[in-house]
Design a protein around this ligand. Structure first.
Ligand code: SF4
Length: 380
């Protein structure tokens, strides 16, 4: 019997070598033993899902965190072997891993490659060491250059770099230099994010205390626009608000989210979406360990997505894509036209020149790209 549909898997690794100044992700400083032990727990959690998703084929896997590149080579091999025993992987499965520059030595790269990881996403953030210091990153630009070379030498061709604009003290020239240099390295994918000051982070505290000044909003907007203008000239297609890729090298895993498809979330603090229900794993490491030891799924919250919520999610997630939403695909998925179901919202947004309708597609306009959160608010 054939598999009913594909599925993606997100695996959260909660450990980092140190805590960055801007980070509010669930992560803590951990050593090699902590990580090896955590991998054993993940293996048990994987087997708990064996029956649950036995009729689905795994199309993408994403190791996020935290810092997955802290996982020793042998451990990642074991973890992926366990996954392959428990689940059915498609032949062209995309397996991505987030890494910090400088953490992947030749031995690790070899094991990662052997384990069938075929995409690495490096957290570069900036190419100027003083800016990396502001962010509290524990690598420098040189580490990044060396790391890209060694990853390419080991046979990795699908490589992303995350870069950030809006860093206090960053000048337009710094941003341009970062964009141009990474584009010249011919990476397959670039993610360009605006820095946010999240409560509870050191950076937030320093802004509150007047120790550092956030960037002027107008300059930050110009940086967002500079990426949109410069990267296509260098062969990258702008396919999602914050993401650019070489043709055909879009991140398939993230497309799962934007296409509002289902995924399994594994590990502490992971979120998942399975059989029409969104769920959340505990964010407490001790509780996670206890539950796994007692063979109980670490899920602490489940919510059935109502038909109305499902349609709204398809809208605000899909509108993040530059190509927008296909009216036909929406109808095939939800049994109704989005042009009818969201008639008032869409008309109003078209009138405000934030959305436009292009044949089968509903897309953000140029103005809509700048005011995307305003657009999404209509569907939340
Ligand atoms: S490496 Fe990533 S997850 Fe870890 S503290 Fe820094 S930004 Fe956060």
């Amino acid at each position: 019997m054939g598999k009913s549909s594909g599925i993606s898997i997100y695996i959260h690794i909660p450990y980092c070598a140190s805590k960055c100044h801007y980070c509010d992700f669930i992560s803590c400083v951990g050593n090699k033993n902590d990580i090896t032990y955590y991998i054993k727990l993940l293996q048990q959690e994987i087997f708990m899902y064996k029956e649950i998703i036995q009729d689905r084929s795994v199309e993408t896997v994403f190791f996020g965190g935290g810092t997955p590149s802290l996982i020793p080579g042998e451990d990642i091999k074991e973890l992926l072997n366990t996954m392959k025993q428990a689940f059915d992987f498609t032949a062209d499965v995309e397996i991505s891993l987030e890494a910090n520059p400088g953490q992947l030595d030749a031995d690790k790269l070899f094991h990662y490659r052997e384990s069938s990881i075929n995409r690495i996403s490096f957290g570069l953030q900036a190419l100027q060491d003083p800016l990396l210091n502001v962010l509290g990153r524990n690598h420098n630009a040189e580490d990044f250059y060396r790391q890209i070379e060694s990853a390419k030498n080991e046979g990795f061709s699908n490589i992303n770099a995350d870069i950030i604009f809006g860093i206090p003290g960053q000048e337009m020239d710094d941003w341009l230099e970062t964009i141009c240099c990474v584009a010249e390295m011919n990476l397959s994918h670039l993610s360009c994010y605006g820095l946010t000051f999240e409560k509870g982070t050191s950076l937030y505290q320093w802004v509150q205390q007047g120790i550092i000044m956030p960037m002027d909003e107008d300059l930050e907007w110009k940086m967002f626009r500079t990426a949109i203008e410069q990267l296509p000239k260098r062969g990258y297609s702008h396919y999602e608000i914050s993401n650019y890729s070489r043709p055909g090298e879009e991140c398939r895993h993230n497309l799962t989210y934007w296409n509002n498809a289902e995924y399994l979330g594994l590990g502490v603090a992971a979120h998942g979406y399975l059989n029409g229900r969104r769920y959340e794993n505990t964010a407490e490491l001790t509780e996670y360990k206890n539950r796994i030891h007692n063979r109980i799924l670490p899920v602490i919250h489940r919510q059935t997505v109502s038909p109305d919520e499902y349609k709204k999610e398809t809208m605000f997630l899909g509108l993040r894509l530059i190509m927008g939403i296909s009216v036909e695909r929406f109808r095939a998925k939800h049994g109704v036209s989005c042009l009818d179901y969201f008639k008032n919202e869409i008309n109003e947004l078209v009138e405000q020149k934030l959305l436009w309708i292009d044949d089968d597609r509903i897309k953000l306009t140029d103005k809509g790209l700048d005011l995307a959160n305003q657009v999404f608010a209509y569907f939340v």
